[in-house]
Design a protein around this ligand. Structure first.
Ligand code: FES
Length: 156
């Protein structure tokens, strides 16, 4: 890792006074910084906190909110809960996969989008539902998938 990155990560570790009980919080802060948790960062943090790397990787892989691979600027969550599944959720997911040219769980080469499926976003009346960041798109159809992608591509 570059020195400047070590510095950045050291600052986060020091914020928690090098207390190993804050390992998860440190990982979350680093992920916020890089949009994922680089393996080199885990090595460095474990070394600094004097804990075995195996423990660090155990924590990093246990929590679904942490990602060891780069994440896109926007995460597209396609709901495949029961209501959304019945109303065409799988078709919406297929369309996103085709349009973004990635599979579920992957990130586009330009770093714009990560595509995920989820089980119920809690708004079943709007099935099939897609959530991008904190914006919901209800009663979606394959026809509006391209519009959703464009909105976020041109948005920021
Ligand atoms: S099943 Fe999709 S929001 Fe509940």
């Amino acid at each position: 890792m570059e020195e400047v990155e070590k510095e950045k990560i050291s600052t986060i570790i020091n914020k928690y006074k090098k207390d190993r009980t804050y390992l998860l919080a440190i990982f979350q802060d680093v992920q916020r910084e890089y949009r994922y948790l680089p393996k080199e960062a885990i090595h460095f943090i474990c070394n600094e906190l004097n804990i075995p790397e195996s423990k660090g990787f155990e924590v990093a892989t246990f929590y679904k909110s942490l990602s060891l691979t780069p994440r896109g600027k926007h995460t597209v969550h396609v709901c495949l809960g029961t209501a959304c599944h019945l109303r065409g959720g799988p078709n919406i997911l297929d369309t996103f996969e085709r349009e973004l040219k990635i599979k579920k769980g992957e990130t586009t080469g330009d770093g714009m989008f990560t595509l995920e499926s989820v089980n119920c976003l809690g708004a079943c009346a709007l099935a099939p539902l897609v959530r991008v960041g904190d914006k919901d798109f209800g009663k979606t159809t394959p026809g509006i998938v391209q519009n959703i992608i464009q909105e976020f591509k041109t948005g920021e």
